[in-house]
Design a protein around this ligand. Structure first.
Ligand code: C2E
Ligand code: MG
Ligand code: MG
Length: 914
């Protein structure tokens, strides 16, 4: 019966084990079965090892004893020697009398008043699952062997149930673990950076271990084996920044930390439940973070340590992770490791690629810059070579042309650049030209042209490789110079030599005649009543007449005779070599003949007479001046004879000389008698139509002759030296007046004063001028001094030096009557001057499409090129003013605006209005 019931119970439990999955229920059934069978037993408890590793009550009967539930009971093998022995021996031990057997825990025995006790191991295949206790509550159980055996068989059932449950749990855990790892692997596969992968890992570990304080130290990918704190879980108690700085401040040395070293060496995780009990741990760091325990896990991929996870806790022995969780953590880390390894490699490669790319980019950039620079240089070189005007070619040491620009090619008349390259430089110019200067270059067709050139040598490291020749075709400039020269020497109306050239020829011819003891003659000729032609028919008819007279003269003279126009209707003929007066007579007769024929002036027939006077060398004078004067006097005599006539000079004819002397005497006293007066002629800026300055022009109020023009008395004043005191007086008077006008409000009014060369010869001109303006208080910039070209040439050294001083003082220097004298352009360039004053003869002959317009224009261009300002004098018509304006000459002076006028007249008209 009892056996039957027992089998039935066992069968029931077996059934339960197979159907009911819950271990607790099965074990409760086991307890129920035992207590039904062993009725003298008061309490049964099954103790199983729990998560914390202790043997704890799992199920029991009764459920509450002395106010304690079964799970509050813990088997302490230190006190409970019975349990210890059972576990060690895996044997069932029955203690029938606790008073004589002291193996059971005396505290429990006393607390529950236990008299007898049965302890059984729960074993299956030598594995101990737990312990079962049966005991009484005051009355000994007195168990028989059979009873003990039957309890044992129930306990065996419990073992099976536990193992089943365990297997199930293991299976569940495994599945969970696998799922977890699958999830980890899946999530990691979605990561594209080391950071992301580690954060994913953090996420899993922190959930698994219920701890957010996880940091990772990675091996530096750049510095290879170096390990350093890299990432801290963002949910950690510290910020990543404070984590890293604290580690630095506590001098934490990743490389030499013993824990890290061990972990890296063994590639095994280390769990340290109390850091202060472990010498390997850096205690300073632990104190800084208040760490109590730590779990250090290596990140290992294919046998290589990539870094270390440190999981720390601030509670003493807080990190008591089960083996399973430790392993799971390691598995998560391992899964992370392979991803990490890939990503680190990718990052390393990325880094390398980035470095290479930036290197390549940098090199590219440099290359681009060099290319650009090269292109720029090329462009510049091309520009230079192609730049208009200047020809450039290079020659090597053998004098062979190595390169040239298109300008050089075309200026030298070659078909192509290639054709010129390779030529010997000797083809072009003589090789002894050096440095810079002017010479003649030869074109391919052997024709030549004037050039201005610069030769510079090409040297490299002290070695001469060749030369570069830069040149300018100066034909045009030469032509201009010639043209100016022509106008300086020739009268443009008649194309006859002018006064300047005549003087030149006279000087030369006379000195020749002197040496060769030749006879020479000067013929002075003046048209009679020429003024009436001008007055009746107009100037243009007068001009035609003058030109025709010149033609007739030319017709009558031999090649060696110079016929010149002196100005107005005066002509002078110079015969450098005559046999006798007869030679002159022949010419005179020819002239008389021709003058007997009428002049045809555009349909008007005009009869014209002329008067001629002749002086002979050497008897009538030996200097040009005297000869001309005497011829003039003789001509004057012939004026008294009607019709075309002539007179040879005779002594006593020179009554005009007496006049001259008288005039001279009058002039001496003119200053004292206050007969001299300064007139002012306004100088206009045609753009603004405003007066910018005045020219001071001297007048002589002669008591008998009335107002005498300076052309008449200035030469006498110069001859006698009177010009010096007179000139000083004019300067003073003019400056004074202008200063006064400035004070009246015309603050920017300038004054021009004419200087005679005699004034320079005094040696103290500069001092005089400086003293004068200082005394008067006129700023030097308002004073302009005018001097004629020929005057400068006459007395170069001293004049130029004084001019330089004056210019340095900021006084303006103008060349008066420019174009009438001749000075080379090169010479002009070196003079200390500011301004050119175009002579009135060029302005008055200004008609558009006339060669004179070209001269005025040339002078304007020249002035601009030399950086000089330019003013036109003698502007008489609007047409002239407009023409000058169109050529960019705006400063003008002339009757069109106003003739020179008295101070009063000027004040009346201009002062306050300016
Ligand atoms: P310049 O310095 O070339 O003066 C210009 C002359 O041209 C002046 O003659 C002036 O009256 C005249 N003029 C002005 N506008 C016109 C115009 O539209 N048409 C024409 N045909 N002539 C015009 P001026 O006053 O008879 O003086 C003659 C020359 O005497 C001056 O020529 C200058 O060289 C000299 N001169 C005058 N005053 C002085 C002086 O104080 N000292 C010195 N050394 N020479 C003086
Ligand atoms: Mg002047
Ligand atoms: Mg002048």
């Amino acid at each position: 019966m009892t056996d039957q019931t027992r089998y039935f119970r066992l069968a029931n439990i077996t059934k339960l084990i197979n159907t009911k999955l819950e271990l607790r229920d099965v074990l409760n059934q086991v307890i129920a079965a035992i207590s039904e069978e062993i009725i003298q037993c008061d309490s049964i408890g099954i103790y199983l090892p729990q998560e914390d590793g202790l043997l704890r009550g799992f199920v029991g009967k009764p459920e509450v004893m002395n106010g304690m539930t079964i799970d509050m009971h813990v088997v302490d093998t230190e006190y409970d020697l019975l349990a210890k022995e059972v576990m060690e021996t895996q044997k069932t031990i029955y203690v029938p009398d606790t008073s004589i057997d002291h193996r059971p825990d005396c505290r429990t025995v006393q607390a529950f008043n236990i008299k007898s006790l049965l302890a059984l191991p729960i074993i299956l295949e030598n594995e101990l699952f737990g312990i079962v206790f049966l005991f009484d509550a005051g009355i000994p159980m007195n168990l028989t062997d059979v009873e003990i055996q039957s309890v044992k068989s129930y306990v065996d059932m419990a073992a099976i149930a536990i193992q089943n449950a365990k297997n199930l749990k293991n299976k569940e855990d495994l599945i969970k673990e696998k799922q977890l790892l699958l999830d980890v692997t899946h999530d990691l596969s979605m990561c594209s950076s080391v950071h992301e992968a580690i954060n994913t890992c953090f996420c899993y570990i922190s959930t698994l271990l219920n701890n957010n304080n996880i940091g990772v130290h990675l091996l530096d990918t750049v510095a290879k084996l170096k390990i350093k704190p890299t990432i801290l879980n963002s949910k950690s108690d510290w910020t990543e920044e404070s984590w890293i700085t604290t580690l630095k401040e506590t001098n934490f040395d990743d490389e030499n930390d013993q824990v890290f070293k061990d972990v890296i060496a063994t590639k095994e995780a280390i769990l340290i439940t109390d850091v202060y009990k472990d010498d390997r741990v850096n205690h300073a760091v632990c104190r800084a973070f208040s760490i109590q325990s730590m779990f250090v896990v290596p990140i290992v991929s294919i046998g290589e340590v990539l870094g270390i996870f440190t999981i720390v806790d601030m509670h003493r022995q807080g990190l008591n992770y089960s083996k399973v969780n430790q392993q799971l953590t390691q598995s998560i880390v391992n899964a992370t490791a392979s991803t990490l390894s890939n990503l680190l490699n990718i990052e390393k490669q990325d880094q390398i690629i980035k470095e290479r790319t930036s290197e390549v980019l940098e090199k590219n950039e440099k290359l681009n810059q060099t290319m650009k620079e090269l292109q720029r240089l090329n462009r510049e070189r091309e520009l230079l070579l192609n730049s208009a005007g200047e020809g450039i070619f290079g020659i090597d040491v053998n004098g062979v042309i190595t390169f040239c620009n298109p300008t050089a090619k075309s200026m030298l008349g070659y078909e192509s650049v290639d054709e010129l390259q390779g030529q010997s430089v000797e083809q072009i110019f003589s090789a002894n030209s050096k440095g810079q200067g002017e010479t003649v270059f030869f074109r391919q067709d052997q024709s030549s042209f004037p050039v201005e050139y610069v030769i510079s040598s090409i040297t490299e490291e002290g070695k001469t490789l060749g030369e570069v020749v830069t040149f300018k075709d100066v034909s045009e400039r030469k032509r201009m110079e010639e043209e100016i020269k022509y106008h300086a020497y020739y009268d443009s109306l008649t194309n006859l030599p002018n006064r300047v050239l005549l003087n030149d020829r006279l000087e030369q011819g006379l000195s020749y005649a002197k040496t060769n003891e030749w006879k020479s003659a000067v013929l002075f000729m003046d048209l009679d009543r020429f003024k009436s032609v001008n007055d009746l028919l107009g100037h243009s008819y007068g001009d035609i007449l003058l030109a025709e007279v010149a033609n007739r003269i030319r017709f009558c003279i031999a090649d060696d005779v110079t016929a010149s126009r002196q100005g107005g209707d005066e002509f002078i003929l110079f015969f450098p070599h005559i046999g006798s007066e007869l030679d002159v007579m022949n010419v005179i007769e020819c002239i008389i003949d021709l003058f007997n024929k009428p002049f045809n002036l555009r349909g008007h027939e005009v009869y014209m007479n002329c008067s001629m006077g002749i002086s002979l060398f050497p008897q009538d004078g030996t200097s040009a001046e005297v000869l001309v004067k005497h011829a003039d006097i003789a001509m004057y005599q012939s004026k008294n004879i009607s019709g075309t006539s002539y007179r040879f000079f005779k002594t006593g004819m020179d009554t005009r000389i007496i006049e001259h002397v008288k005039f001279e005497n009058d002039l001496y006293s003119a200053l004292e008698r206050e007969e001299l007066e300064v007139y002012f002629q306004p100088q206009i800026d045609y753009r603004s139509k405003s007066v910018v300055g005045v020219e001071a022009l001297l007048r002589w109020n002669h008591p008998l002759e009335g107002i005498v023009s300076p052309d008449k008395f200035i030469p006498i004043a110069e001859e006698t030296g009177l010009i010096v005191p007179i000139g000083n007086w004019v300067l003073e008077r003019a400056c004074e007046q202008v200063k006064r006008w400035q004070e009246d409000g015309n603050t920017s009014l300038c004054v021009s004063v004419n200087l005679s060369v005699r004034q320079f010869e005094q040696h103290n001109l500069f001092q005089t001028v400086q003293d004068t303006i200082e005394r008067i208080g006129l700023s030097p910039k308002f004073l302009c001094l005018e001097i004629t070209e020929n005057q400068i040439i006459k007395n170069t050294e001293l004049t130029v030096q004084t001019l330089r001083q004056l210019k340095e003082l900021d006084i303006e220097i103008a060349i008066d009557d420019f174009g009438t004298g001749y000075s080379s352009l090169g010479y002009l360039k070196n003079l200390p001057i500011n301004k050119l004053k175009i002579d009135k003869s060029f302005i008055q002959e200004l008609k558009s499409h006339d060669s004179n317009s070209a001269i005025a224009e040339t002078i304007i261009t020249l002035a601009t090129n030399l950086g000089l300002s330019v003013i036109a004098e003698g502007v008489e018509t609007e047409e002239q003013a407009e023409f000058l304006t169109s050529k960019n000459c705006y400063l003008m002076q002339g009757y069109y605006f106003d003739a020179p006028m008295t101070t009063e007249a000027f004040e009346k008209k201009y002062v306050h209005l300016i």
